[in-house]
Design a protein around this ligand. Sequence first.
Ligand code: NI
Length: 197
Amino acid sequence: MTQQLDWAKGFLLDFALDTGASHGATPTKRNLSQMQDMYQDAKAAARLVAGGDPLVYEFYELGAPEHAGDLAFGTSIVYPGKVGDEYFMTKGHFHTVLDTAEVYYCLAGKGGMLIENPEGDTNFFELTPGQAVYVPKRYAHRSVNTGTEKLVTFFVFRGDAGHNYGAIETEGFRKLVVDCNGAPVLIDNPKWAGGGA
Ligand code: NI
C-alpha cells in the first residue's frame, strides 16, 4: 500500500526495512552489466554477465524534497557474491553537494563502507547489524557485501545532497575490497585513473 508522505507536516511510515516494499517506493536496481567495468577481473565479470547478469544491489528512496532542510532516507540492499576475488558492491558516489555527510545503519548481513575523499584519504569500516557508520562530508562512499547473505542498510542524508556517480565511474576508487582467504582486505585499484594531473 502506498502511504502519503507529507514532507511538510510529517508522517509515520510502516517501513519494511529489508525490502522497502511497504511504502510503495520503486527500487533502483543495478545488475552487474551496469557496472562490470568497475571490477578488476574483466573476464570474471564478463562470464557472470553472460551467465545471467546477476542483480548486485538495489536501493529504495522515498522521493524526499531536494531541499537543504529535508532529509532523504531509505534502504540499500547489496547481494552476496564476488567477481573473481572482489566482493559485490555498489557503484559508489560523491554527493553533488560535496559538503554533505551521510549515516548508514546496518540492519542485516555483513559488509562494510569504503570511503575516500578527493585528497586520497581512504578508509573501510566493517559493518555488522546494529552498527552505524558516519560518512563525513566530502567522502565518496560505496557499500561492500563481504558476507553470504544480503547486506541491508538504512541511510539518511541531506535532501538536496544529490548523487555524483560520474567521478567514480571515470576514475574509480583508489582501493578495492577483495577476499583474501575468507577475509576482506584492501588493495590498490589497478584501474584507478585519478591523480593524473
Ligand atoms: Ni550518499
